[in-house]
Design a protein around this ligand. Sequence first.
Ligand code: F6R
Length: 265
Amino acid sequence: MEILIRKDYAAMCDEAAGLLAEEIRRKPALVLGLATGRTPLGVYERLIRLHKDGKLDFGRVRTFNLDEFISLGPDHPRSFHHELRTHFLDHVNIPRQNIHSLVGLIHNVEHYCEVYERKISAAGGIDIQIVGIGRNGHIGFNEPGSSLGSRTRPKTLAEETLADHRKAFPPGEEVPRFCVTMGIGTIMEAKRVLLLAAGAEKAEIVRKAVEGPITAAVPATVLQVHPRTATILDEPAASKLESARYWKWIDENKAKLDEIARPKE
Ligand code: F6R
């Protein structure tokens, strides 16, 4: 796992947006897995800015959303589909037909999830998957105890997750208790994973995810065995890492190691 610690949220977003922009320039038809939530918002803002400044073309990019609340239609302001549109997709030039969302209002959920998996395969798999981390260690909506080999499927959300989302819903409107989410196995098949976490309230779970034993009780720990995960943290989220000094040392030496490993012709 590559751990990059940046001084604050803005620097964390700069790093993540830079990495994504580089991937898109290298492969214009990149297949990008998108996460919702507060953490990636600054990253999307920076990608939009690069696009508006004429520095990044999304014309061939394809996207797959990570998860969605069951029972919310795509126009519901709290649906992940709507959030991703308003915070990112409506502001860049990704062709409509290249945008794949898990939809929350569907009849045969299980069949729908199988079709979604087939669409990911048909696109050649996800090149880079953005994930945040829940306070209980979930990635996507794969709550503690989810099979580490799970595929896209319907799930019941943990009470802790419902409580975290309650603030975003108007009083009187219940947070949907069920969701559809890419599975942990689906996420693990992405060629690269970008795990983002910011803020002191994530410090304890980040420590467990990065330095704790691999266990389904903390789904994010599975990323320790992913061959190419970059974890980008701000200082507060990294504040409980026992090996923070070590990760910084590795990072400081990265450019030099790259020169040795991939010498320019
Ligand atoms: C969102 C998602 C969730 C969030 C996680 C962190 O699509 O799948 O796993 O990434 O709950 O949320 P924030 O970023 O709001 O702290």
